[in-house]
Design a protein around this ligand. Structure first.
Ligand SMILES: Cc1cc2nc3c(=O)[nH]c(=O)nc-3n(C[C@H](O)[C@H](O)[C@H](O)COP(=O)(O)OP(=O)(O)OC[C@H]3O[C@@H](n4cnc5c(N)ncnc54)[C@H](O)[C@@H]3O)c2cc1C
Length: 412
């Protein structure tokens, strides 16, 4: 599908996509093929604790490092930390490209492109020189990863109610608390941790939370349990805790007490990533369903001949086109220096709900085949279901949208 909005396909981004695709096809897909049996075996994918096995982690690292050496891994990161410096339009379109080309149910291809919560991130531009020396090269080269530790058992949607705190003690900060749902934390060498540094300021919701980079081998840091979802034998998210974890004073990222602002910038970036991912996944599913409907025969005709089927394809096309147009509109405005918060909230809710609808319809079009592991549709269905909660739930998005409307932002 191509949109009629003037998105120049001959741009630098298109060349990057071509190069990245060629890199993955030649370097990563053969690795996947070589380990196909293992990658399809949940007992191999997940180790005894429910986290990815050591063998899989080694393959993931290999892909990240090869991609970094080829110049792709940090392509969406600012140039000042060694990234490619590509902007919001590229962020959306490259993630769309990745998910459309490689689809759901695959791990290795996605290691080739650093994601801001676990790979090199704009946050790192705010690191102190000492922190850069200790961590930056390992993160940008793909050798090590990080995780974004914000949510807590009693602070999900209401992140301001977090309790993890950091207290200054001489030349150190001492962290205590528990974080929950932290993606990639079981494997990360560093955690980007949000902690209360001024309780009174926090109560005003205007500051009081700071961002720290914490090595996960620090004494007192622990992975308490891996969270398993959708019946899988393992998972990528974990509950982690900090018991008197001591880090040097220069471990603060950005300004002291202003960590929440940094987190919100990241969340905005996440909205654009999720939009690209959802459009890409939905396109992959629609193409699969469309092709299947032309081949599969029932009552003497291809099922595509029946409106009950073809209208489901059309509904999905309508959904995808609307979402892609919204995503490109928000990306263009970000590129111009605007921060379209209301419309990015619309985009987050719409894109994730759209993706779920498209996967659901595509499964229906494929009948029993749509439910099999072989078609991998179930994984896109799971992914899109999870991101209706993660990164700000659909209800919180509607709450934000309504707040903007009630403040008078009713123009479109
Ligand atoms: C797969 C996955 C990965 C994640 N990865 C990370 C990560 O890497 N780092 C991180 O910090 N967090 C992560 N999260 C946590 C995620 O951000 C939270 O799950 C999310 O913010 C919702 O919080 P909660 O689960 O505690 O739900 P709650 O906040 O308890 O909400 C429960 C329900 O109530 C609704 N609700 C709450 N308040 C309102 C309101 N005011 N109005 C209307 N409805 C409301 C919610 O929409 C939801 O339906 C992840 C979550 C998932 C599922």
């Amino acid at each position: 599908m191509t949109t009629t909005i003037a998105f120049d396909a001959d741009t630098f981004e298109a060349e990057v996509q071509q190069g990245l695709g060629a890199f993955i096809d030649s370097e990563v897909v053969p690795l996947e093929e070589q380990h196909r049996e293992h990658l399809e075996d949940p007992a191999w994918v997940y180790g005894p604790t429910g986290g990815y096995s050591q063998e899989l982690q080694a393959l993931m690292r290999q892909v990240r490092m090869r991609s970094a050496a080829a110049g792709y891994y940090a392509i969406l990161c600012p140039t000042e930390i060694g990234g490619g410096g590509l902007g919001p339009i590229a962020n959306v379109s490259i993630w769309e490209f990745m998910y459309r080309r490689y689809g759901p149910g695959r791990i290795l291809p996605y290691q080739a492109l650093g994601h801001w919560t676990n790979g090199p991130s704009f946050l790192f531009t705010q690191m102190t020189p000492a922190l850069r020396t200790r961590a930056l090269e390992r993160l940008v080269s793909g050798e090590a990863t990080t995780c974004f530790a914000m949510s807590e058992p009693d602070a999900g949607s209401d992140a301001w109610s977090m309790r993890t705190n950091a207290v200054k003690d001489g030349d150190s900060w001492v962290l205590n608390g528990t974080k929950q749902w932290i993606s990639n934390s079981p494997y990360a060498a560093f955690a980007t941790v949000f902690a209360v540094t001024d309780e009174e300021m926090k109560l005003t919701h205007k500051g009081g939370i700071s961002c720290f980079l914490v090595p996960t081998d620090s004494p007192g840091f622990s992975i308490d349990s891996i969270i398993k979802i959708f019946g899988h034998p393992g998972g990528n998210e974990a509950i982690i805790s900090f018991k008197d974890v001591r880090v040097p004073a220069d471990s603060v990222i950005g300004e002291l007490h202003r960590g929440f602002d940094l987190a919100l910038n990241g969340v905005s970036l996440g909205r654009m990533y999720n939009a690209g991912r959802c459009v890409g996944l939905a396109r992959w599913a629609l193409e699969l369903a469309t092709n299947y409907s032309k081949d599969r025969q029932a009552f003497g005709h291809p099922i595509a001949d029946y409106q009950g089927v073809s209208f489901q394809l059309a509904e999905s096309a309508m959904d995808i086109y609307a979402t892609k147009s919204m995503a490109l509109d928000c990306a263009r405005r970000l590129e111009r220096g605007e921060l379209p918060l209301r419309d990015m909230a619309i985009l987050k809710a719409y894109s994730t709900e759209m993706c779920f609808r498209v996967f659901d319809r595509s499964m229906q079009v494929l009948g029993g085949m749509g439910l099999t592991n072989e078609t991998r549709l179930y994984d896109g269905w799971h992914q899109s279901r999870a991101i209706r909660v993660a990164d700000g739930s659909s209800e919180i998005m509607r709450r934000n949208i309504a707040r903007h409307l009630l403040k008078g932002e009713t123009a479109f």
